[in-house]
Design a protein around this ligand. Structure first.
Ligand SMILES: *[C@@H]1O[C@H](CO)[C@@H](O)[C@H](O)[C@H]1NC(C)=O
Ligand SMILES: *[C@@H]1O[C@H](CO)[C@@H](O)[C@H](O)[C@H]1NC(C)=O
Length: 324
């Protein structure tokens, strides 16, 4: 239990990036820098045997109370889900037992609307952690990237510029332009070797591309011609990409630009659902209509949900104390 409790502690440092004028751009993430090195950026050797292993079966439906804009699973406690909403609410869910462990409101999110540079806040104590200066337009997303014991961030601004920052000195070393040139997010494969971006242009054209040495290596196909919102994506298992588009979830094999499969999660999804895999890729959280969150699982995920149906009292107790 010791390890889990430690993990829960380090995870309570979640960060919040306040973004200007686009509520769709609300973003938060877990500071993987605060996790023990052996956990952060820890690639998983096992891979899916077949696309059938993708989490496609709806196992849980949660109601957050306000519209989920961003979600992240705990890197070790695989059934803990952190949710950020359009009104600055944060919910922490144990999706196995459907219990909401924490609910908080972060007014700090609204403080510096319309200002540049963008800043990352520590959701635990409201302290400012990092400032991303140097963009010439508001920052749409940041993505932590952990390699060879160094923490980096990608930041993407709405003029399509992507910068890479090193956290210890907050100096931007690399700068390039993403397709779409509007709302871009970055993600990398679990082993850190492959880097992707997903963007939607002002005309609603969406792109997922793989990057190699600052150049676009692949452009994945299968999006609607006109996305009805900003597409969000995620990667899993060093093998698959997923994105919310056309009221469904679309999956690609990283090595194939053609669409692999589409899942509608029993319907009730918004035009561009927000999605997030858990660390092992056995669960997929998907935002639904009416403030809902659907938890999709593969066979291993179903087993996991049952295992964690009643999370250890020890950890629950710890998390409850942590919020008071
Ligand atoms: C969008 O969804 C509709 C209804 O399921 C489907 O007929 C159409 O082919 C989809 N288009 C794209 C580009 O995914
Ligand atoms: C998207 O637009 C292109 C060019 O206008 C057209 O050829 C294609 O059929 C369209 N695709 C869909 C899925 O509507």
């Amino acid at each position: 239990m010791g390890k889990s409790t430690e993990a829960a502690k380090s995870w309570s440092v979640a960060s919040v990036l306040n973004l200007p004028f686009l509520s769709c751009c609300l973003f938060f993430h877990i500071m993987k820098a605060n996790l023990p090195v052996s956990f952060a950026g820890n690639g998983h050797a096992q891979t899916f045997n077949a696309p059938d292993d993708l989490p496609k079966t709806v196992m849980r439906t949660l109601n957050q109370g306000s519209n989920p804009m961003s979600m992240d699973f705990h890197p070790i406690q695989q059934t803990l889900l952190l949710v950020g909403t359009d009104v600055g609410e944060i919910g922490l869910w144990e999706v196995g037992s459907r219990e909401r462990l924490v609910s908080k409101n972060f007014k700090v999110w609204h403080l510096n609307a319309c200002s540049m540079p963008s800043q990352v806040w520590d959701a635990g104590n409201g302290a400012r952690q990092y400032t991303f200066a140097g963009h010439e337009a508001p920052v749409f997303s940041v993505c932590p990237y952990y390699k060879e014991n160094i923490q980096y961030f990608f930041s993407a601004s709405i003029d399509g510029r992507v910068k890479i920052w090193q956290c210890d000195n907050m100096r931007s070393r690399v700068d390039f332009e993403a397709p779409g040139r509007w709302c871009t997010t970055m993600a990398y494969s679990a082993d850190g070797t492959r880097i992707f971006s997903c963007g939607t242009s002002k005309n609603g054209e969406s792109y997922i591309v793989e990057w190699s040495g600052g150049n676009v290596q692949r452009t994945y196909r299968g999006f609607r011609n006109r996305s009805l919102g900003v597409v969000q994506f995620d990667t899993t298992k060093n093998r698959f990409l997923a994105a919310g588009d056309n009221f469904s979830i679309k999956f690609w094999d990283m090595d194939n630009v053609q669409l692999l499969t589409t899942v509608d999660a029993d319907g009730g999804l918004p035009a561009c659902p927000r999605i997030r895999f858990n660390k092992d890729g056995t669960l997929l959280a998907v935002s639904g209509n009416e403030n809902g969150i659907k938890i999709l699982a593969n066979v291993d995920g179903m087993r996991l949900l049952r295992t964690f149906d009643s999370l250890s009292n020890d950890l629950l107790q710890h998390l409850r104390l942590g919020q008071s």
